[in-house]
Design a protein around this ligand. Structure first.
Ligand code: ZN
Length: 198
């Protein structure tokens, strides 16, 4: 989901969309968040976007918000790696973003924490530090479209299947990654992971 935190939309000079801005990553984008992160070479800046990731546990088709919320089986951390310079070119041309967002290994993903371990979906915190400095911090409470409404809306656009993963948008603070950077992720103190850029 693009631009689901107002402050992040502003930092890139984008308007907040009036309905969720959706794009997809293929299965070949998946990588292990705990393994060294591979960056594409020669294609300009690669930005980190830390995001709450939702694991879908059952099929959803035009689901209402209650059914959508009940179908989420786990919560994890994802990086929506983005070729920012290329995305800027694509945006200007009015072209789809996939070339900037869907490359191999563009979606490092953590294991999922069972949803039962969270008190609810509305106040889940997430942060990313790079080389010991806090870069991104957010909470699902700050989303423009909250988790239940988001998954419900998505299921009205296309059927979601068990095993699908939904990335819910990134808080402010995105920026470029460089070789050797050390990254530390914290999902609501329930999952803490660190890795580095290869
Ligand atoms: Zn993103």
């Amino acid at each position: 989901v693009g631009r689901n935190y107002a402050e992040h939309a502003r930092e890139l000079g984008n308007p907040v969309p009036d309905e969720p801005l959706l794009f997809m990553k293929p299965a070949t984008a998946l990588a292990d968040l705990a393994s060294p992160i591979l960056l594409p070479r020669g294609l300009g800046a690669v930005h980190h976007e830390v995001e709450l990731a939702l694991l879908i546990g059952r099929e959803l088709r035009a689901a209402d918000r209650e059914s959508a919320a009940a179908a989420i089986s786990g919560v994890g951390i994802a990086l929506d790696l983005t070729l920012r310079d290329l995305q800027d070119v694509l945006k200007r041309k009015g072209h789809p973003w996939e070339r900037a967002k869907a490359f191999d290994d563009s979606c490092p993903l953590s294991p999922f924490i069972p949803v039962e371990r969270f008190a609810g979906m509305e106040g889940i915190g997430l942060s990313l530090s790079v080389n010991g400095q806090l870069r991104q911090q957010g909470s699902s409470a700050e989303m423009v479209v909250g988790i239940a409404d988001l998954v419900s809306h998505m299921s009205s656009c296309f059927t979601l299947l068990p095993g699908d993963v939904v990335l819910t948008g990134t808080p402010a603070g995105v920026g470029p990654l460089n070789h050797g950077d050390h990254l530390e992720f914290n999902l609501d103190d329930r999952l803490v992971l660190s890795t580095r850029v290869a």
